[in-house]
Design a protein around this ligand. Structure first.
Ligand SMILES: CC(C)(COP(=O)(O)OP(=O)(O)OC[C@H]1O[C@@H](n2cnc3c(N)ncnc32)[C@H](O)[C@@H]1OP(=O)(O)O)[C@@H](O)C(=O)NCCC(=O)NCCS
Length: 144
């Protein structure tokens, strides 16, 4: 458990977007992905208002995860916790909420993309019961 008395897990609202972007710039896994922007997060919340889950401590965002559901697959993105509050169970709490949401929507499997160089990320997903699927590779094509 986090030991942070005023910690609560809630869905993000439009008004949180500027703070979330700042938070990701500081706390996220930011290598090798397109830049974030308010319009992108607004589009996510318009399409699925409950997809972006935050850990809120006294009105300050200290953790995030996106629990994406497209009706077919369940994908987890942007798991991040404030550097000064890591190792206190906040990611686990976020993931419990994210998995519960996805399970309720009908998911039968959860998946996440993790940079192979991210040793902490790898250890954390393993600790949460995820296993590397090494017989598949990600194929991408940037939108022209
Ligand atoms: C990954 C991250 C979100 C973990 O957040 P956290 O709040 O510190 O994680 P928790 O304290 O909830 O720990 C969850 C589990 O992972 C384990 N864990 C946490 N940090 C770890 C570390 N550095 N090394 C090994 N295991 C670790 C914990 O032991 C815990 O397992 P347990 O409950 O069985 O003991 C955080 O380190 C972070 O924001 N990193 C930068 C962003 C990032 O890389 N995100 C992952 C992208 S794929």
């Amino acid at each position: 458990m986090s030991g942070i008395s005023d910690l609560r897990i809630r869905v993000a609202h439009r008004g949180d977007i500027p703070e979330i972007l700042d938070f990701w710039a500081e706390a996220g896994e930011n290598r090798d992905r397109p830049p974030d922007g308010a319009a992108l997060v607004e589009a996510l919340l318009s399409r699925d208002p409950e997809a972006l889950i935050v850990a809120d401590s006294g009105g300050r965002i200290v953790g995030t995860v996106i629990a994406g559901w497209d009706g077919w697959r369940a994908h987890l993105y942007r798991l991040a916790v404030a550097p000064g509050l890591r190792g206190r169970g906040i990611a686990r709490l976020l993931m419990e909420h994210a998995e519960e949401r996805l399970r309720a929507l009908g998911a039968i499997r959860f998946d996440a993309m993790v940079l192979t160089s991210n040793a902490t990320g790898t250890a954390v997903w393993e600790a949460m019961g995820y296993r590397l699927q090494d017989d598949w590779a990600r194929w991408v094509k940037p939108v022209p």
